[in-house]
Write a protein that binds this ligand. Sequence first.
Ligand SMILES: [Ca+2]
Ligand SMILES: [Ca+2]
Ligand SMILES: [Ca+2]
Length: 197
Amino acid sequence: MTSSNQSAPRLWPANHLQPNRSAGHTLIELLVAFSFLVIGAFAFLRVMVSASNASNVNFEVALAKEGARSQIEWMMSLDYKEAFARFNSSAADDPPAPLVSPGANFAVQGLDPVPGDADGFVGEIIFPNLPAAATQIREDLVNTSLGSPMDLNGDQVIDSADHLADCLAIPVLVRITWQGRSGRCVSQFKTILGAMQ
Ligand SMILES: [Ca+2]
Ligand SMILES: [Ca+2]
Ligand SMILES: [Ca+2]
């Protein structure tokens, strides 16, 4: 005989499970949405950082350009051989005071030299000469940034003589090397002093 008191297995109505399944779906949807939000935030941050870096680099390049321009204008206001004497790396050919001979290195306001820069200046003025013979003008020096070798006395020949006395023009390269916000940066500006300028 079956007892009427024996309890039947307790069954939950099917719709009793619905709230938990919905909660699971909602959680997954939230996680997916949050993931998209995080990815979007990182992408936006990356764009903002890139834009900021580009803006910093543009500003630094503008400072470098202005620094080089002032040096070039100063040199071009002088006789080209006087400019060479006053802006090369040797003090041996500097004209006497009160003329100022700034030499081959110069600072640019707002730009810092790279670590280990031997002279501590970001700016450098480069002529077609050798460090061991800085008062000479050479045609045969290989420097593609400077445009040499180059015939400088107009005889259509490139030789290894010192052409300070008979050069018609002197190419000059102004190089700015600085430690920027995004690393080491270099800007170069070339011009020609003298009859060919
Ligand atoms: Ca000099
Ligand atoms: Ca330097
Ligand atoms: Ca020549």
